[in-house]
Design a binder for this molecule. Structure first.
Ligand code: SF4
Length: 109
C-alpha cells in the first residue's frame, strides 16, 4: 500500500491565524473578570439581605462606610440580623467581640 502524501510540503509551517476580534491584554481581562465577579457576588448578597439592613451593606460595598459600620454589618450577617444575638454574643475569642455593636455597657469587661 502506498503511503498518503501530505497536502503540505514537509518542513513548511502553517501561517499564523489572524484574529479579527479585539482582545484585551490578559491582565486587564483578569481585572474585569474579578470586578464582574465581585459585583455579582455583592448583588446576590444584597438581594438576600433584609431590607432594613441593605443600606448599610450597600454603603460598605461602595466604600463609604466607616470601619465601625463595617464591623456592625459583619456582626449583623454573623448573627442572622438578630440584634439581641449580637448583644449576647458569646464568641469571646472573636477578634471583633469588643467592637461589636449593641453592647450593654455593664457587660463589657
Ligand atoms: S463579635 Fe460575635 S456577632 Fe460579631 S462577628 Fe464576632 S462572633 Fe459574630
Amino acid at each position: 500500500m502506498k503511503p498518503k502524501e501530505s497536502a503540505r510540503p514537509a518542513g513548511k509551517q502553517s501561517a499564523p491565524q489572524e484574529t479579527t476580534a479585539f482582545t484585551l491584554p490578559a491582565k486587564q481581562a483578569a481585572v474585569n473578570s474579578l470586578s464582574e465577579k465581585i459585583a455579582q457576588t455583592r448583588a446576590r448578597r444584597l438581594e438576600r439581605c433584609p431590607t432594613l439592613y441593605r443600606p448599610l451593606l450597600a454603603r460598605c460595598y461602595s466604600r463609604r462606610a466607616s470601619p465601625r459600620e463595617a464591623v456592625k454589618a459583619f456582626c449583623q450577617e454573623c448573627c442572622g440580623y438578630d440584634r439581641r444575638a449580637i448583644t449576647e454574643c458569646t464568641a469571646y475569642a472573636c477578634p471583633l467581640w469588643h467592637l461589636r455593636p449593641y453592647q450593654i455597657e455593664e457587660a463589657a469587661p
